[in-house]
Structure formats: structure tokens, C-alpha cells
Design a protein around this ligand. Structure first.
Ligand code: HEM
Length: 419
């Protein structure tokens, strides 16, 4: 384990390939219980910071959001209508030349925020205007919030102005969006307890599960606030960026395959393009853990007890043993080797596997949020706006899993609108 003079001991890197990363994600001695400056403001007590039985209990309670018919409910009540309406609004206002234009890096988070608000139960953000306001505050909160990576590496500056701005945004979100909705759910939970209303009459969202204290740890007010903010923080940027990377990849592919435009609206092509995108553009540069015991992975990586460890899904997702020698290329016709998910470890693995994965990927058809959004945008004829300044080429970002490239740049697009 190397030591950096300014930051103390460097992290152990798990970057050997698919098997090593999967093993590390699943290893019970790889803890997520980080603490440090800033944690008391954002993530302490959340599902993302719990190990073992506490984590299992919390995850079961959260799981009621998407269990059985709930995913279908979310899909039919929120995903399909909200996405369709947002696109219709956009196409209703074309420019004089007959094209409707938008920057996806602004439009996508607004739309994803409406979907996330429905899951959390932030009633005031279910409208386009409310969601835009929450997206603005959430962006301010997240831009100054210490990343898991920085907390893990002991690089948080507790006195930084950016942290103060972030905390101010968080407080505003709690006051304007969280507090009124949570108070309403508390009242409903009390009425339900008294037998005055049926379970079916309760809203299907995280705030309601918390108001019912379905995990006893939700007695703690700070834990409830932190879990609500966690859902926003994990749901919005991740899916937004993946939609944008997928479209950038698809248009780069089309330039190299000009005769194959018809494939862009085929379900099978869209699903494969989504998988390849997730594989090549992870949402985080690395996923930190602390070893609670000495660990030796099957590839020989030695992790001493107490060491901060960073699991790199990037090298795993381009492991030539599973994805071939051209694993860094975008190829929607790729057939990965047996045992390798087409999307690599984009959603992690083991106990902390992405909670939102069933929402993003759906049930094997076109009902996941990622493929559904890609499908309606491609069917509406979305293309990069030729008049907008070019974004850096997508090629070099593939398989470059630095913090820089996990942030999708602005992406102006246009749609032809029939007169
Ligand atoms: C393209 C979209 C997404 C990708 C690629 C993605 C990726 C990931 C990854 C890699 C992890 C594991 C982190 C770790 O092991 O340290 C994770 C965890 C998580 N994700 Fe996602 N995510 C996406 C969308 C979502 C959505 C839409 C939601 C909510 C509806 C969500 C909620 C969560 C939560 C709550 C966790 C923490 C789970 C736990 O600690 O048990 N994610 N995600």
C-alpha cells in the first residue's frame, strides 16, 4: 500500500478485472461504514453507510417501494406519463426553422427529478416547475457535498465555502420539500394506526414508509432526512448521465455505420446500446470500502485490515477475458462471455447493488427508465444540434474512468417537428 505525504496512506486499488471487482463488492469484510467531516450533514445513518443486519433491515424496508406490483405502479403512474408529457411539451415549442431544441444536460435532470420526487414523496416537486426548482437546489447541494470518495480518502475541507453553500441548499430542500410532505405522511400514518384509513389509501413513496417506521431506525429524524436526500442524490444524476452517454455513443456509432439508421428505433438495438453505455461509462470513478479484516482476493490483491479500498468497476467492465480485446469499443452487437453481465458492474454487486436497478433496467423489456427514455427520444428523431458548439469526442472517454469523465458535458440536441 503506497503512502502519499499530503493525504496519508493511499487506498488499495481493486482494479484487476471483473472477477476481482465482483469478489470485493461481495466480500463481507469490505465495509461502507465511513465517517468523517460532512457525514453528519448528508450520509450518516443512510442505507449507503450500513453493513450487515442493519443494512439488510433498511434495504428490506426501502424494497417495499419497488416490490411486486409497485414497480408496475411506478412505471404506469409516473415513468411513462411523465416522460411522454415532458417530451410533448418540448416538441410543442419548435423554433422558426421547425426544430425543437434543448440542452439535454439541463432537460434530463429536470425530468429525472420529477420521477425521483414521486419515489421520495416530495409532492411540491412532482410538477415541472417544482422539479426544476428542486433540481437547482439539489445541484447546489451535490456540487459542494463531499463525495464518498473524498470522505473515504480523508480529503474533505470542513471549512470550505462550497460546503457551506451545499448545506444552505440542503436546508432549503428540507424546509420546502421534505418537511411539509413528511408532516402529511406522519398524519396519514397516525390515521392508519387508528384504523381510520386502509393501507391502499396511503401514498406509495419513501416518506410514507419512513412515517410508518417500517425500519425502527427511522425513529431518528436525521436518518429519515438523510435517506430521503440519498434517494434524490442516487436517482437523478445517474440516470440523466446514462441517457446522455447512450445518445452520444449511438450517434458516434451511426457516423461509422451510416446505412444502419433504421436500427436506432429497434428495441433490441436500444437495449444493447444501453448495456454497452453502462459498461463503458460508470457513474462513479471508484467505489470505496474499508477492510474490517485482512482480505486477499483471488487475483492476489492483498488488503490489510483497516485499509481504505477503492473498487474500480472500470477495468472490470473492459476486462478482455470477458468482453474481448476490443472491450473499450462501443459495439451494440457484442456478446460477452458467459458469466459477464452485458452492462458489466455498472450497478455494483453484492449487498449494496444499486437499489434503483429494477427501475432503470425494468423487467427485461422496454419498461426500464433508461431504455424507455432512449426509445421515445429516438422515435421523436432526436439528433445532436449541428449549430451548437461540438462537445469533446466520445471515443477517448470510453474506458477512462476518472472523476472527470463520469460527469457528462452539455449536450445540445434538436428534434424535427412536423408543421
Ligand atoms: C443508470 C442509472 C444508475 C446506475 C448506473 C447506478 C449505479 C449504482 C452503483 C454502482 C451502486 C453501488 C455503489 C456501491 O456499491 O458503493 C448504486 C447504489 C445505489 N443506487 Fe444506483 N444507479 C443508478 C440509478 C439509481 C436510481 C434510479 C436509484 C433510485 C431510484 C438508485 C439508488 C441507489 C441507492 C439507494 C444505492 C445504495 C444501495 C445500498 O447502499 O444498499 N440508483 N447505484
Amino acid at each position: 500500500m503506497a503512502t502519499d505525504e499530503k493525504t496519508g496512506p493511499a487506498a488499495v486499488e481493486v482494479s484487476g478485472g471483473l472477477e476481482a471487482a465482483r469478489e470485493a463488492f461481495k466480500c463481507p469484510a469490505m465495509s461502507v461504514a465511513f465517517d468523517g467531516p460532512g457525514e453528519e450533514l448528508f450520509l450518516r445513518g443512510t442505507m449507503m453507510r450500513l453493513d450487515g443486519e442493519e443494512h439488510r433491515r433498511r434495504r428490506r424496508a426501502w424494497g417495499l417501494l419497488i416490490k411486486q406490483g409497485k414497480h408496475k405502479f411506478y412505471r404506469d403512474t409516473w415513468l411513462f406519463p411523465t416522460a411522454d408529457a415532458a417530451l410533448a411539451e418540448l416538441l410543442a415549442e419548435p423554433d422558426a426553422d421547425g426544430f425543437a431544441r434543448v440542452d439535454l444536460s439541463v432537460w434530463q435532470p429536470g425530468l429525472q427529478m420529477r420521477l425521483a420526487a414521486a419515489l421520495v414523496g416530495f409532492d411540491e416537486a412532482k410538477s415541472a416547475a417544482g422539479a426544476a426548482e428542486l433540481a437547482r437546489l439539489s445541484a447546489a447541494m451535490l456540487s459542494g457535498r463531499p463525495t464518498v470518495y473524498k470522505t473515504a480518502m480523508g480529503k474533505v475541507d470542513a471549512a470550505a465555502d462550497s460546503l457551506r453553500t451545499s448545506v444552505a441548499a440542503r436546508d432549503e430542500i428540507i424546509a420546502r420539500f421534505y418537511a411539509p410532505a413528511a408532516a402529511e405522511r406522519d398524519e396519514l400514518a397516525a390515521r392508519f394506526e387508528r384504523g381510520e384509513i386502509e393501507e391502499e389509501e396511503l401514498p406509495s413513496d419513501l416518506l410514507m414508509l419512513m412515517a410508518r417506521r417500517l425500519d425502527p431506525a427511522w425513529e431518528d429524524a436525521e436518518t429519515r432526512e438523510h435517506d430521503a436526500l440519498l434517494l434524490l442524490a442516487t436517482a437523478v444524476d445517474t440516470t440523466s448521465k446514462s441517457v446522455m452517454w447512450a445518445l452520444r455513443e449511438i450517434f458516434a456509432w451511426l457516423e461509422e455505420h451510416p446505412g444502419e439508421e433504421a436500427r436506432l428505433t429497434e428495441d433490441d438495438f436500444i437495449m444493447r446500446a444501453a448495456d454497452e453505455t453502462l459498461r463503458l461509462h460508470p457513474v462513479g470513478a471508484g467505489f470505496p470500502r474499508i477492510a474490517t479484516a485482512d482480505v486477499e482476493l483471488a487475483d492476489g490483491t492483498a488488503i490489510p485490515a483497516g485499509a481504505t479500498t477503492v473498487i474500480r468497476s472500470g477495468p472490470a467492465n473492459t476486462d478482455p477475458g470477458f468482453y474481448g480485446e476490443d472491450g473499450r469499443a462501443f459495439d451494440p452487437d457484442r456478446e460477452p462471455a458467459d458469466g459477464a453481465p452485458a452492462y458489466g458492474l455498472a450497478f455494483g454487486a453484492g449487498p449494496h447493488t444499486c437499489f434503483g436497478m429494477p427501475i432503470v433496467m425494468g423487467t427485461g423489456g422496454m419498461d426500464g427508465s433508461l431504455v424507455y427514455l432512449l426509445k421515445i427520444l429516438l422515435e421523436a428523431g432526436i439528433r445532436p444540434d449541428p449549430d451548437a458548439p461540438p462537445t469533446p469526442p466520445v471515443g477517448p472517454t470510453r474506458g477512462d474512468f476518472s472523476e472527470q469523465t463520469t460527469h457528462a458535458p452539455s449536450f445540445p440536441v434538436r428534434f424535427p417537428v412536423a408543421p
